[in-house]
Write a protein that binds this ligand. Structure first.
Ligand code: NAP
Length: 357
């Protein structure tokens, strides 16, 4: 299967989002034409940063309205595109049939395009490590592309908080299977990004995330240990710009095959408390005062804090496959935190809690 060639045309879904915005910029920097798909091309608070990119002025970057809840949503956008980067979220991950339907909408538009040769689908590291029973991570601690959450666990359900991970696996399989059975000559590669940290390009992106939003709260001096992805889970990160480069690289790579997935992470991991401390270490001139760090973890989990931390620290994070598939050198988390902080202040006007004097 030929890779997407140089100077090709790529459609990006979720282009106004934190990751999608960087995928757009990275593809443009590589010389491609980009069709940026957003829900509302007139919502300048969200899409103004795309219109401000120089290639928008020339027409090499164009904006297109599409809601992937609607059948045929990309029928007018994909014809003429060589590749699709399907980065966007869906409206909910807690309804598997709905998730499958959104995939079917995109797949049908790819089939009808007559031109798309590769789709890169944004999944998540949640489709690798999100376990209904955290002790499963201790039993299978090697985190590479072959690892899937324990799908036989009856607690793996949307009701128990696993909808996101389930939905991402559904999407991966939907695209891979559709490409396998298609006679239209396209393939599907999945990328599983970890926790994206780095600069926002538009003020509204500070509310996506969740990682940049957590950095915003740290800057404001409202630090609470984040429980959303698992008790005492450290940040396991990728710089959003490196993640974008992984998306572009997988579109272009001739070393990948239909159905494969690639984890995008630097393999650095850092506790919430250490991320808080990073801000003052990398930007001492801010005089950042994080205030007290609140641990609102439920008592039943607090009692197992050492066990949880030990399970997370025992994970073996692997990124050798993506490094073999695309040219990528992952940034240090220190640099991602610094650039995230500076963008939150400069782009979103976040007020920093500072030490006196
Ligand atoms: N952020 C992370 O750390 C992280 C980690 C792993 C995986 N991911 C995955 O990366 C992708 C992007 O995440 P992000 O952090 O960039 O999120 P984000 O900033 O919230 O952007 C997501 C975009 O999805 C679009 N969207 C949502 N529902 C849609 C629908 N029904 N139809 C069309 N577009 C829709 C939104 O478009 P509009 O703005 O046009 O409304 C939004 O711009 C997601 O698939 C997410 O699961 C993120």
């Amino acid at each position: 299967m030929p890779a997407v060639p140089q100077h090709s045309t790529i459609a990006v879904t979720g282009a106004a989002g934190f990751i999608g915005g960087w995928v757009v910029r990275d593809l443009l920097d590589r010389g491609h034409r980009v069709r940026a798909c957003v829900r509302d091309v007139h919502a300048d608070a969200k899409v103004g940063f795309l219109k401000a990119m120089h290639p928008y002025a020339s027409g090499r970057l164009t904006l297109h309205a599409a809601d992937l809840d609607q059948a045929g949503c990309f029928d007018d956008v994909f014809p003429g595109c060589d590749g699709v980067a399907h980065v966007s979220h869906v409206s909910t991950y807690d309804d598997p049939e709905y998730v499958q339907r959104t995939c079917d909408h995109i797949i049908a538009s790819i089939e009808r395009s007559g031109s798309v040769r590769r789709a890169v689908v944004t999944s998540s590291v949640a489709a690798v490590i999100s376990e209904a029973d955290i002790t499963e991570l201790a039993r299978r601690p090697v985190c590479d592309e072959d690892r899937y959450p324990d799908e036989s666990n009856p607690k793996r359900s949307p009701e128990r908080g696993q909808g996101y991970s389930i939905g991402k696996v559904i999407a991966q399989r939907a695209f891979s299977e559709a490409a396998t059975s298609s006679s239209a000559g396209w393939d599907a590669i999945t990328v599983c990004p970890a926790d994206n940290v780095g600069p926002i390009q538009s003020a509204h992106q500070k509310n996506g995330g969740p990682w940049q939003h957590l950095v915003e709260l740290m800057l404001r001096g409202r630090c609470e240990i984040f429980q959303g992805t698992g008790p005492y889970r450290p940040w396991m990160t990728v710089d959003v710009r490196d993640n974008a480069a992984c998306h572009s690289g997988l579109l272009e790579s001739d070393r990948v095959s239909n159905g494969e997935r690639y984890i995008a992470w630097s393999t650095e991991r850092r506790s919430y408390e250490d991320v808080v401390a990073t801000i003052d270490r990398v930007l001492p001139e801010l005089h950042h005062d994080p205030g007290p760090i609140v641990d609102a973890t439920p008592d039943r989990h607090k009692a197992r804090a050492d066990e949880f931390r030990s399970i997370w620290n025992g994970l073996e994070l692997r990124n050798d496959r993506i490094r073999a598939a695309v040219p990528i050198s992952f940034r240090l988390l220190d640099d991602s935190v610094r650039d995230c902080v500076e963008s939150l202040i400069a782009v979103a006007g976040v007020q920093v809690s500072r030490r006196a004097g």
